[in-house]
Write a new protein. Structure first.
Length: 241
């Protein structure tokens, strides 16, 4: 997968309280970049220093070796809302995965993930998508869409019924063309709805719009079917633009 954001290099901060874990994470970056890929540069500093460094746009947080757990993730999001976070945590803890994604993580990998998988997850996040276990992302969307407080009709900004439909289908990883087919409207009309949604919530792109919805600030009431489409890789799903 090409890393198109920066043709030269991307600085990725590493957060883990144990030196041996930091060494293991840094080893992921020893592999040379392939043609068309950016070079990933590991940055090992304190969390405060990483958050204060504007050149660090991506942060890997190892919850297994970081005191504070999800509080560290939330603190990073408050300090740098645009920072893209990748979380490594214990396996078989579905609730932790969902809490991490709700807190703003763009990727969650369990501790057994190998070097290749971690590198691939980084590339997915750099490309602007979300890397998470497929079953859990589907479960998370179900939770958000079916929650008792999931209506946007009394929220600010006000979204129309059609915008709610478009937002739900964006959450389910449909493209503009697919949304047009589902709703029986023209693709250019879908683009207009997406543009208005982004303006209303202050999102710069579909990824940010999706993340705001997943983080709980936008929770549409759903009446549509539950079939999901997305980019799958094994038991993983990536939600992108």
């Amino acid at each position: 997968m090409s890393l198109t954001q920066n043709p030269d290099s991307i600085r990725v901060g590493l957060v883990a309280g144990e030196p041996i874990r930091l060494e293991g994470l840094a080893a992921v970056f020893e592999k040379s970049a392939e043609p068309g890929q950016a070079r990933l540069i590991p940055v090992i500093e304190s969390l405060d220093e990483l958050l204060a460094d504007p050149a660090v746009e991506y942060l890997i947080i190892d919850l297994n070796a970081t005191p504070g757990g999800l509080a560290v993730l939330e603190a990073a999001r408050r300090a740098r809302p645009a920072l893209r976070l990748i979380v490594i945590g214990p396996a078989a803890n579905d609730e932790l995965v969902m809490e991490a994604i709700i807190a703003g993580a763009r990727a969650f990998l369990d501790s057994a993930a190998g070097t290749h998988e971690l590198r691939e997850a980084i590339e997915v996040v750099v490309s602007g998508s979300i890397w998470a276990p497929r079953r859990l992302l589907s479960k998370l969307i179900d939770r958000l869409l079916s929650g008792p407080d999931g209506s946007l009709t009394n929220a600010s900004p006000h979204l129309t019924a059609r915008e709610l439909q478009v937002l739900e289908l964006i959450l389910l990883a449909h493209s503009n063309r697919e949304i047009a087919l589902v709703l029986g409207i023209e693709e250019r009309t879908v683009k207009a709805h997406v543009g208005r949604l982004m303006r209303k919530v202050g999102a710069e792109n579909r990824i940010e719009l999706s993340m705001r919805a997943l983080n709980g600030s936008l929770l549409p009431v759903t009446r549509a079917g539950r079939n999901r489409r997305g980019t799958t890789k094994g038991n993983l799903i990536t939600l992108g633009s």
